[in-house]
Design a protein around this ligand. Sequence first.
Ligand code: NAD
Length: 473
Amino acid sequence: MNDTARTEPRASGSESEDLASIRERLTATFRSGRTAGVPWRKRQLQGLIDLVQQNEERIVAAMDADLGKPAFEAWLTDLLTVRDEALHALKHLDSWVKPTSHPVPTVAQPGKAWTQPQPLGLVLVIAPWNYPVQLLLAPLVGALAAGNAVVLKPSELAPATSAVLAELVPQHLDPDAVAVVEGGVDVTTELLAEPWDHILFTGSTRVGQVVMEAAAKHLTPVTLELGGKSPTIVAADADLAVSARRIAWAKWLNAGQTCVAPDYVLVEEAVAEDLTRRLVEELATVRDRAEPTSIINGSHLGRLESLLEDHGGEELLPRKVDAEARTMAPVVVREPDLDSRLMQEEIFGPILPVLSVATVEDAIDFVNDRPRPLALYVFTGSRDTEREVLERTTAGSACVNHAVYQVAVPSMPFGGVGPSGMGSYHGKSGFDTFSHTKSVLRRPTRGDLKAAYPPYPGLVQKVLRFVTRWPSS
Ligand code: NAD
């Protein structure tokens, strides 16, 4: 596959339809009020469930073509996640859309105050290639639950999945409210030049900056789901056998191409030798057990190989790269240089640096000296250590004694902090991200007091100061 190939924009529904006409069509649908109705929203969510459940085989085959992804993992990480996210939204939508009433202060009495969520309008969702179904359709759940019209931009680096979704989305969802626009960086750039009511972007921190800069021109609000180096702290009192198995699983999942994968391990030196040996054994086991997921393309494989060139550490598993299949066996790197590219860049592949630290306190300092990560993992048998790490480090999300699974709890917001992202989605937070909370005050017209207008009578001024408990001068 040519990594840098220019691609013509292609929209689902009609291949000849240009971006302006897609926007016009979707905007007209939104303005008609159709998407705001709760029954419409529920039909779309059900449509999304049908899309993933009825087309499992085709979608999994497309992900296999793009990523060589094992069928069960494709189902687990992409199809099931989207289905459960949509089911959760369906279950809670009636309560999410309800207005919330607010107490009215004396100055605004008499009156009734409430907030009501309302859809934003026409929103754009841009997805990466690593979980090409989940990261396109899980944000769509929030956008549809909130009643928006949506343009979806799948990643050009997962072309088979992009094509199958472009075909299936208009079959299962309202084609005048949801459109898939396929294409490469040039198409994304074209999309970003337009004014949207919201953009949710998932991808690298570098491109996140491009997105935010483009959005700033129109003051378009953004949710940025970015990457970074997610640390994994292993305390001396952790269950080392279970910790090693779980870290190895999380690192090897999708060949390390997971935004919340453990990027590197910080282990207390008392157990460093023991944990490292177990990590090597576990990674060798998962490596030999099944066909590996491919690295997405030649340039990413080359990038991973180049990370191994100059790290200054000790490699504990043999390098094994198959350029044709684009696969890479896992490598553990003991004590790499901290200024090596391996320890400076997000790895996003099956390489696991392991560094020993004297104490958990040192691990906390190590994390706090670096950009705030998307996820942080701590393996410990002590609630005190757990509390210490959770309270004194900042990360988008965390998991204690496992990794990655925190993302699978549909009611918890998912997002980064600082350079790993801003805003969140999943569950109610996805609904909130794509809704505007409108504040409304309704006042009766009966009994309109003249005293409420200038010149304010002295008595009224006195009474108001008294009831608002303003200290007299
Ligand atoms: P990427 O940033 O290269 O690409 C993402 C999207 O941006 C693609 O659709 C692409 O068309 C577009 N794009 C790329 N370059 C662009 C440019 N110059 N101008 C405009 N648009 C451009 O990311 P990727 O390689 O697809 O994914 C890997 C990155 O995504 C990693 O950093 C990973 O951590 C991150 N990620 C984050 C999450 C999360 O939920 N926070 C999930 C998955 C991946």
